[in-house]
Ligand binder design. Structure first.
Ligand SMILES: C[S@@+](CC[C@H](N)C(=O)[O-])C[C@H]1O[C@@H](n2cnc3c(N)ncnc32)[C@H](O)[C@@H]1O
Length: 488
């Protein structure tokens, strides 16, 4: 006969003991510990049982057992009498009412059996011989009793006190197992068993702090669009990340390099003009009417998420279009992470301005044509408070303007007003480095009109400066056009 050891919760459940002698008393003591609702029925009841009954609200029935005593509301029946006929009746009735039953010394009349127990609460060791030799089970219990320190329960209390902390700090089951094994074999366990619980808890906490894997953050520049423009170092970071938070402008093809089990989180932000692509209908008015979270709120949520994940021990990669530090709010993420004590690595990416200029053969500096390059944002360019127009309008410098599509008419007008020659070569490059890339060439004075006519909607870079004239595209689109009026 095989009995599977299970630990049964009897708290508040009705249990019946048939019998009032020494065996019934032994079982009664365990039932009292379990918190069960107990009835004892027997014509003769041991005085100790009576004493315990008084103390523990146990109902005593001073009479012989009756069939009606066993009913479906009971959870367990223990039959502790020598009378075989009562055991047989108790077993049959219990089976009939689907109640667990234990007839002492009659394994054949048991659906559950009591093991020999080594009690180091909350550690309980249950030993069974499957009813074949209760004496041998008790002997084994003696051997185990000798080996288990009396204060073992304190060790369990230490583990219980820190269980949640350890679970939170060590996500991996094997790491938790290894941690506890170390604790149970170490000095914190000794302290706990000497009843120095506060010291034991403090020591275990310190051990846990050492074990806790420290997360990290990589601010990774994805490059402007062409996935092959990511650096080798960036690729390695992608391959080993636990979590990747990626932008709308980072090419999704790069996510193919992530580990299969890596978590991928889209935190793409949608700008007003680009919102066209975000609605299924492609209707811009619909996109613009949608209530949008402010950029600052969104960024704050991203910052908090990065910190949370890294603090939770994750290797976090923040994959951003272009370079994280060029109009990418990477600086804010760096500062927040540093403040939170998180290790940050920055892997540069090719910024859109450089990708765009390279793919269209425009050197941003060139002997005799341009001695400096300015990367500027067009986002606030219409606001003269922020813009030093005379400085920006100086000749022999190249302007690379991000987010300048919407403000293009203002910025070209202001540059000319501030002294830049209206005939300065200029270009707007949309979707640079991607298969859909296209350039609208012109000169400062007519670029805005040409762009309007071209109905540009994708992410775009504007380059203003004499260097644009080196591009073969410029030569065809502007120079030839001028030479042969009427032909584009
Ligand atoms: C918030 S900025 C991010 C810039 C990015 N951190 C970088 O270094 O390229 C977004 C702007 O970058 C420019 N941009 C990004 N990717 C581009 C691309 N493939 N082609 C043209 N412009 C791009 C656009 O002006 C777009 O509005």
């Amino acid at each position: 006969m095989f009995f599977l050891p299970l630990f049964h919760r009897l708290q508040g459940r009705s249990c019946l003991i048939i019998g009032g002698g020494a065996t019934a008393l032994r079982k009664l003591r365990w039932l009292i510990r379990s918190g069960a609702q107990i009835q004892v029925v027997a014509p003769v009841i041991d005085p100790e049982i009576r004493r315990l009954a008084e103390q523990n609200n146990i109902m005593l029935l001073d009479r012989v057992f009756e069939h009606a005593d066993i009913h479906a509301d009971l959870t367990l029946v223990i039959c502790a009498t020598d009378a075989a006929s009562i055991s047989e009746e108790a077993y049959a009735l219990s089976m009939q009412h689907r109640v667990l039953v234990n007839c002492v010394d009659r394994t054949d009349l048991c659906t559950v059996i009591f093991p020999a127990i080594v009690d180091r609460f909350p550690i309980l060791v249950a030993i069974s011989s499957m009813g074949q030799s209760p004496t041998l089970a008790r002997t084994v219990r003696g051997w185990i009793e000798q080996r288990l320190p009396n204060a073992l329960g304190r060790l369990a209390r230490l583990a219980g006190a820190l269980r949640t902390d350890v679970k939170d700090a060590l996500a991996d089951v094997d790491a938790r197992k290894a941690f506890w094994e170390k604790v149970f074999g170490g000095p914190a366990a000794e302290l706990a068993m000497q009843e120095k619980m506060a010291e034991a808890v403090a020591m275990t906490r310190a051990q846990l702090a050492d074990e806790t894997p420290t997360g990290s953050l990589v601010l990774l520049g994805a490059g402007p669009g062409d996935p092959e423009l990511i650096t080798l170092k960036g690729l390695r970071a992608l391959q080993s990340a636990d979590v990747i938070l990626y932008d709308k402008l980072a090419n999704p093809a790069l996510l193919e390099y992530a580990r299969r089990d890596a978590e991928l989180i889209d935190v793409g932000k949608i700008g007003p003009r680009e919102a066209i692509f975000a609605t299924p209908s492609g209707d811009q008015s619909e996109a613009l009417q949608k209530p949008r979270e402010s950029g600052t709120t969104m960024q704050a949520r991203i910052n908090a998420k990065l910190v949370d994940l890294a603090r939770g021990g994750k290797q976090v990669v923040r994959l951003k279009g272009g370079d994280a530090f060029i109009f990418g709010r990477g600086g804010e993420e760096l500062l927040v992470a540093q403040e939170a004590g998180i290790a940050v690595e920055i892997i540069p990416g090719i910024t859109a301005g450089m990708g765009a200029s390279s793919y269209f053969g425009i050197p941003l500096t060139h002997r005799d044509l341009s001695q400096s390059v300015r990367f500027v944002t067009g986002h606030r360019l219409s606001d003269s408070v922020y813009t030093d127009w005379p400085e920006m309008a100086k000749p022999h410098q190249t302007l690379v303007i991000y987010m300048g599509l919407v403000t293009l008419p203002t910025l070209t007008r202001e540059l000319i007003k501030a002294g830049r020659d209206g005939a300065t070569p200029a270009v707007l490059i949309e979707n640079a480095t991607l298969p859909a890339q296209r350039a609208v060439y012109g000169v400062l004075a007519d670029l805005a009109a040409r762009v309007e006519a071209a109905q540009i909607t994708g992410p775009s870079i504007v380059i203003v400066g004499e260097v644009v004239s080196i591009s073969t595209g410029y030569v065809t689109a502007v120079t030839v056009e001028k030479a042969v009026p009427g032909e584009a």
